[in-house]
Ligand binder design. Structure first.
Ligand code: PEP
Ligand code: MN
Length: 342
């Protein structure tokens, strides 16, 4: 941790800041600069100690800035856990060396439509079936999902096809019901900082697929993962799904593919890319799916619908089953060059 004093800070103020540090039983290294003084804290402190010390120092009027030099997450960090994490679900491995494709409609709308989408997912060679039963919609008047009926459809179609299933859970009280019906719990972008939900999902012991909030910095994303991990649940998969765009008239979100190598460096958790929400436009999904593979992602989640024009949510970004199958073919051709199995 580095504490930068204000220009012209008095000797008393510098000593007072150093004393606050030393009172925690750690060394304070006073570093005089050209126009201001910095104080270094070389000792490694726990997350709680750092937060507490940062708050105490930030409150001092002659302190200009307190900077943490090490990352605030621990269980998610590669520094403390160098080996890659692999998440296994129904015989599917999610993690480095495997490119896992999750496909299916944005929402589960009916048994027939969902079964049709699932058959197309299976025939294409993708291994995980997605579909929302609880939909976080911007408008309360938009289709909200089939709720429990959607969960029942997910369970039946998962069993009938043998595909692993994933669906979003929006509230802590629904974690139990959702966990009984599907293999993977999805925490949506809007819920990334719903801490009671993260804790409950962590306690369920089920694999948790955590989507990055549209304006979440990497530290906040990994601290959200830390909430799940700290419940003793190591089965966490991260998902980049696009961040707030500069120009919404072209894309729904800006797919931040650069975050893939950043995450790979700083965390051992698998990283999936969602080019559907990441662009919002069906014809941009294929190029970004290929780019995700090249960037080092461990897989993708892609929305597909048998009849996108009549989809009850996100039709504009949904691939037709044929386009989904073509995407799978192209990815399979690319995989050997990137060194991943499909
Ligand atoms: C979804 O996967 O359908 C979804 C709502 O995604 P996100 O949380 O990324 O917006
Ligand atoms: Mn969607």
């Amino acid at each position: 941790m580095i504490i930068v004093m204000k220009v012209g800070a008095s000797a008393e103020a510098i000593e007072a800041a150093a004393a606050v540090i030393r009172a925690r039983g750690v060394e304070a290294l006073v570093l005089p600069g050209e126009d201001r003084v910095a104080i270094g804290v070389p000792a490694s402190l726990s997350v709680d100690q750092k937060t507490d010390l940062e708050a105490a120092l930030s409150a001092m009027p002659q302190v200009s800035k307190v900077t943490q030099t090490s990352r605030p997450y621990k269980l998610a960090s590669r520094e403390f856990h160098p080996d890659n994490t692999f998440v296994e679900v129904r015989g599917v491995t999610i993690g480095p060396g495997h490119f896992t494709v999750m496909g299916g409609p944005c929402s589960v709308e009916s048994y027939e439509g969902f079964r049709q989408a699932a058959d197309a997912v299976k025939a294409s060679g993708a291994t995980i079936l997605r579909g929302g039963a609880f939909k976080p919609r911007t408008s309360p008047y938009a289709f909200q999902g089939l709720h429990l009926e959607g969960l029942r459809i997910l369970k039946s179609v998962g069993e009938e096809t043998g595909l692993a299933t994933i669906t979003e859970v929006m509230s802590p009280d629904m974690v139990g019901a959702v966990a009984e019906h599907v293999d993977i719990l999805q925490i949506g972008a809007r819920s990334m900082q719903n801490y009671p939900l993260l804790i409950e999902a962590g306690r369920s012991g089920k694999p948790v697929f955590l989507k990055r909030g549209p304006a979440a910095p990497v530290d906040e994303f990994l601290l959200a993962a830390e909430y799940v991990l700290s419940q003793g649940n190591p089965h966490v998969v991260l998902c980049e799904r696009g961040v707030v765009p500069l120009d919404r008239s072209y894309v729904r979100n800006t797919l931040d593919l650069a975050v893939v190598p950043v995450l790979k460096e700083h965390t051992h958790l698998p990283v999936i890319v969602d080019p559907s929400h990441g662009t919002g436009v069906a014809r941009y999904v294929l190029p970004m799916a290929k780019a995700a593979m090249v960037a080092g992602a461990d897989g993708i989640m892609v929305e597909m619908h048998p009849d996108p024009a009549h989809a009850l949510s996100d039709g504009s970004q949904a691939l037709l089953p044929e386009a989904f199958a073509e995407m799978m073919d192209e990815l399979r051709r690319l995989a050997p060059y990137v060194g991943v199995k499909m």
